[in-house]
Design a protein around this ligand. Structure first.
Ligand SMILES: [Zn+2]
Length: 318
């Protein structure tokens, strides 16, 4: 079978409802789906159906108590969980498990050779979720669990995560900071001006993971040039030296100049150029094995533009 680009999606992802005016709304995935349907991209990609991640896997990074509290909060009909920005509904627990399982399904497809690379149009997002804390619209850390799945299910020894969401992926960093088999690179808005306030350059990993976290905080107002310079001069050399066998992208499109949540000035050309660099890295080091996982991005038009661009890069990579 010729190599393909996978697309993880399931209409059940729309069931997670964090509240009427919440920016992380179901329409995000509908806007993306509508775009790729309209422009014919859907005919060129393989739909990968997600599954609910088994609890034994989620428990590798999240406390059983925390998982159970989240499940009960949903079952009891609560409207928020732990923090006001983490709105929930009765379906949120199941759908959060389906988001983790969407990443697993994409990894399975790439590792088993049915896809060369894949994009996961999943929600809720994950990179702020900590071991026992929901934060920033996130409940389970989809991408960190994906990295652990690659290490333990497939026996890989070097997995890179590139996080270009405008917000620092505090959860991903903290869950994996002692793990030298995962290199975490984050480009984000300066924590002094932007949520969640972590991701300073001095945070470089802990214990055996010292040196496997690279934070590149960028001043508010940074645009394509600043992002690309940081990636090209600081990020890519370190990633190449790490020589990953598999590359994961925590793809937030909220550093775009027209996104309402932060203060960066990226354009979709800047996002495309960053995506091309990471696609190239995956081809050089990892036989092209790349899975991109959606994080933030709250302007529907911008989100659809950026995801369409990114899918075209993935398609052109094989
Ligand atoms: Zn974000």
């Amino acid at each position: 079978m010729s190599p393909q680009t996978g697309y993880v999606y399931d209409p059940r992802y729309l069931l997670h409802n964090p509240g009427g005016l919440h920016p992380e709304r179901p329409q995000r995935l509908q806007a993306i789906y509508q775009r790729i349907q309209e422009d014919g991209l859907l005919n060129h990609i393989v739909l990968i159906p997600p599954y609910e991640a088994p609890l034994t896997w989620i428990e590798k990074l999240h406390d059983p108590d925390y998982i159970q509290r989240f499940q009960e909060a949903c079952r009891k009909g609560f409207h928020i969980f732990m923090t006001p920005d983490c709105g929930i509904c009765k379906d949120s627990y199941d759908i959060a498990r389906l988001a983790v399982g969407g990443v697993f399904a994409a990894i399975d497809a790439v590792m088993q050779g049915t896809a060369q690379n894949a994009f996961c149009a999943v929600r809720p997002p994950g990179h702020h979720a900590e071991r026992r804390r929901a934060m920033g619209f996130c409940f389970f850390n989809n991408i960190a669990l994906g990295a652990v799945y690659l290490l333990e299910q497939y026996g890989l020894e070097r997995v890179a995560i590139v996080d270009w969401d405008v917000h620092h992926g505090n959860g991903t960093q903290h869950l994996l900071e002692e793990e030298p088999r995962v290199f975490y690179l984050s480009l984000h808005e300066d924590p002094m001006s932007c949520y969640p306030g972590t991701g300073h350059h001095q945070e470089q990993g802990r214990g055996p993971g010292q040196g496997y976290t690279l934070n590149l905080p960028l001043a508010a107002g940074s645009g394509d040039d600043v992002y690309l310079q940081a990636l090209e001069t600081a990020g890519l050399p370190r990633l190449r030296r790490f020589n990953p066998q598999f590359v994961l992208i925590s793809a937030g499109f909220d550093a775009h100049r027209d996104d309402p949540l932060a203060h960066q000035e990226l354009t979709h050309e800047g996002y495309r150029a960053m995506g091309q660099h990471i696609v190239n890295l995956a081809q050089e080091c990892a036989e092209g094995r790349l899975v991109t996982v959606l994080e933030g991005g709250y302007n529907l038009e911008v989100l659809a533009d950026c995801v369409e661009d990114h899918l075209r890069l993935l398609l052109a990579a094989h």
